[in-house]
Design a protein around this ligand. Structure first.
Ligand code: AMP
Ligand code: MG
Length: 391
């Protein structure tokens, strides 16, 4: 049995970033930038009005001032208007500020009288003007190598006129769930059988990481079908197998992998839940064997599979996000493995939730955070702890 850190480091050493690719920005969601990107335009691009109203010279537009309206500047083509003190230009949101103007007065704050306006408020220089570059300067970095691309990042790239972005490589994944007792949802359940919940769990976790699930199949605890399923699965970049990685007579994953010439790098990790975890390689495919118990599969996916996928996709940070929270109960780990306690993080507090056993899927489904309690660690009520979150 090796430590979690050893397992994680070993896995990260063994997997490599996939070749980068250039894609449409709209196809880059949840991928990682493969380079630093700098702004080629400032934001705003030009000084423009934040309101529908009148562009004025602030110093000549005190409350009660009467100004001559010399023209109109809608959003769109810049009419290159020029105003002097005592003059105003009708202007609309997003329209370029006329030369000589240093403020905009809202249309609600003036009285229009023919070709003139009377200003009903005091105006300060700069009011309701969005100055060029105040949000973003030209040349400023807008995307870091390895940074995750969010919808807002895509909007920012679009604001620069970019249609393409270079991102880290695609990761294809296969899922094989094993077990004679496991039945596909939708089929009839006979005594002694349970529905396959891990397959859906793992497929959706993979998708959420950004991996592309190429296949998912179920296989009984028999060498030949398992061998064939693994042979199909290792055509992907990663294969996630669940169940059958333990030491019982029906746990055939390890032996089957070896019979296919796979190299087993890791088997059994000091982590609770999730001890019977396996990592190996077959034909260039990274193979993960996760325990069948749903909570163990979930925890080991997040701690070991997710970082590997993110590294392969070119991420600069493969860690789960952690948020500080105040512990609602005391927790002590008297066991011999670090314990990932499932719980709910809400309003800055963390409360363990549901049964803390590796089969307890309902409790897991109610949780939104994992608290790692190290061996021998005793956490007091009210302690501020860092909770891993996955959403
Ligand atoms: P195993 O790792 O195969 O020894 O399975 C450990 C436990 O997880 C057993 O109670 C299995 O019935 C259960 N289990 C295995 N595979 C799945 C699955 N795909 N979905 C839900 N539970 C499973
Ligand atoms: Mg089994």
């Amino acid at each position: 049995m090796i430590s979690e850190d050893e397992a994680r480091n070993r896995i990260l050493e063994e997997v490599s970033p996939r070749p980068e690719r250039r894609v449409l920005i709209s196809d880059a969601l949840n991928c990682f930038s493969a380079c630093d990107v700098v702004a080629r335009l400032p934001l705003p691009i030009f000084d423009n009005s934040a309101m529908d109203g009148y562009a004025v010279v602030a110093s000549s537009s005190r409350k009660g001032a009467r100004l001559k309206v010399i023209g109109e500047q809608p959003a769109g083509a810049d009419r290159q208007l020029r105003i002097s003190p005592g003059e105003a230009a009708r202007i609309f949101t997003g329209a370029p500020i006329p030369i000589g103007s240093d403020a905009v007065v809202m249309q609600e704050d003036v009285t229009r009288e023919g070709e003139q306006i009377v200003v009903n408020v005091d105006i300060e220089s700069g009011e309701f003007i969005r100055w060029s570059g105040c949000d973003l300067a030209e040349g400023q970095r807008i995307l870091e190598h390895g940074e995750r691309i969010h919808p807002t990042t895509i909007a920012l790239l679009g604001s620069q006129g970019f249609i393409h972005v270079t991102i880290g490589g695609e990761v294809n994944a296969a899922v094989v769930s094993t077990g004679d007792e496991i039945v596909e949802p939708g089929k009839e359940l006979h005594p002694g059988q349970i529905y396959d919940s891990n397959s859906a769990l793992l497929q959706t976790l993979l998708q959420r990481c950004g991996a592309c699930v190429k296949s998912a199949e179920h296989c009984p605890d028999q060498h030949e079908p398992l061998r064939k399923a693994i042979q199909r699965g290792i055509k992907s970049h990663i294969l996630v197998i669940t169940g059958g990685v333990s030491v019982g007579e029906h746990d055939l994953v390890q032996a089957t992998l070896r019979s296919l010439g796979a190299r087993i790098d890791i088997w059994r990790v000091a982590i609770k839940p999730g001890k019977p975890f396996l990592f190996g390689q077959a034909d260039g495919c990274a193979v993960f064997g996760l325990p069948g118990n749903p909570v163990s599969a979930f925890v080991t996916f997040l701690q070991f599979v997710r970082p590997a996928i993110l590294k392969m996709m070119g991420a600069n940070n493969v860690d789960l996000r952690k948020v500080p929270a105040k512990l609602i109960v005391g927790l002590t780990n008297e066991g011999d493995r670090p314990h990932y306690v499932r719980g709910r993080i809400e309003d800055g507090t963390f409360t363990p939730i549901g049964r803390q056993e590796s089969h307890a899927l309902f409790g897991l489904s109610q949780s939104n955070g994992l608290l790692r309690v190290a061996v021998g660690e005793s956490l007091k009520i009210g302690a501020i702890v860092d909770v891993q979150i996955w959403d």
